[in-house]
Design a protein around this ligand. Structure first.
Ligand SMILES: Nc1ncnc2c1ncn2[C@@H]1O[C@H](COP(=O)(O)OP(=O)(O)OP(=O)(O)O)[C@@H](O)[C@H]1O
Length: 235
């Protein structure tokens, strides 16, 4: 029997913000269906950049991204809907990731509305809020009227709204206290148990990621060894 393709696969991805000096060079990584992989590495090594590439939010200069064996050929809004909705993402700073004008209810329902599922948005917003431990009394508030932890719960609910097969958590708990961290990790694990989704969790906290994930990888180790220079005439 042919094994299932990885839920997420990055092949020799080169990415960054200046083509002449990419921050990620030929990074390769595969996350199997149902697997949780922790991505570790020092600050500034390019973890978030790679996470954005994996979530189809940042176009790489080279290499390919595959979701469930399907190669991505567009990025951001140009990515085909089936691929865009296959991956959910939660960032470190909920205040940068959330539109300050939206109520938490509208924030959570954003992906459902954006994909034309208005009735489902109405029906499921309360359930999604409940699944991340957010009281329905908070749903009419805007981001500036809730705590970072509450807002991050709403961002996690938004990421889960379309039931993604892959969840990318980029330092999701870096700004949160220990009990909120444990609660959000438990939500992600509950979702994965229910759906078999794969997880790419990015962070600095080796202890947390080693406890949370099936395995961890170190960002510098993802880069392929530099190619040997082309042999010269005397080699
Ligand atoms: N939008 C951007 N424009 C230009 N440079 C950027 C941008 N975002 C990140 N960088 C630079 O790319 C490099 C890698 O950043 P990235 O955020 O991917 O690293 P990181 O490993 O996630 O860091 P940290 O652990 O501190 O979050 C850094 O030198 C950073 O300054």
């Amino acid at each position: 029997m042919t094994p299932n393709p990885p839920a997420l696969e990055l092949r020799a991805v080169t990415a960054g913000y200046d083509r002449s000096a990419p921050v990620v060079r030929e990074a390769s990584l595969a996350v199997a269906e149902g697997e949780a992989v922790g991505l570790l590495g020092p600050s500034g090594c390019g973890k978030s950049t790679l996470a954005k590439v994996a979530a189809l939010l940042h176009r790489p200069y080279g290499g390919t991204v595959h979701l469930g064996g399907v190669q991505a050929r567009g990025w951001r809004h140009r990515a085909p809907r089936a691929l865009r909705t296959a991956v959910g993402v939660v960032f470190q700073q909920p205040r940068l990731a959330a539109d300050p004008r939206l109520t938490l209810a509208a924030l959570i329902a954003e992906p459902l509305r954006a994909t034309g599922r208005k009735a489902e948005a109405l029906a499921r917003t309360g359930e999604l809020a409940g699944s991340v431990g957010l009281g329905t009394d908070l749903l009419d508030r805007r981001p500036h009227e809730v705590s970072d932890g509450q807002l991050q719960r709403a961002c996690l609910a938004r990421a889960l709204a379309l039931r993604p097969r892959v969840l990318v958590c980029d330092e999701m708990t870096a700004m949160l206290d220990a009990s909120t961290t444990a609660a959000l990790v438990a939500v992600v694990e509950g979702y994965r148990e229910l759906t078999g989704a794969a997880l790419l969790a990015v962070g600095h906290d080796r202890i947390l990621l080693e406890r949370w994930c099936d395995r961890t990888v170190d960002m510098p180790g993802l880069a392929l060894p530099a190619r040997d220079p082309a042999p010269g005439p005397n080699r």
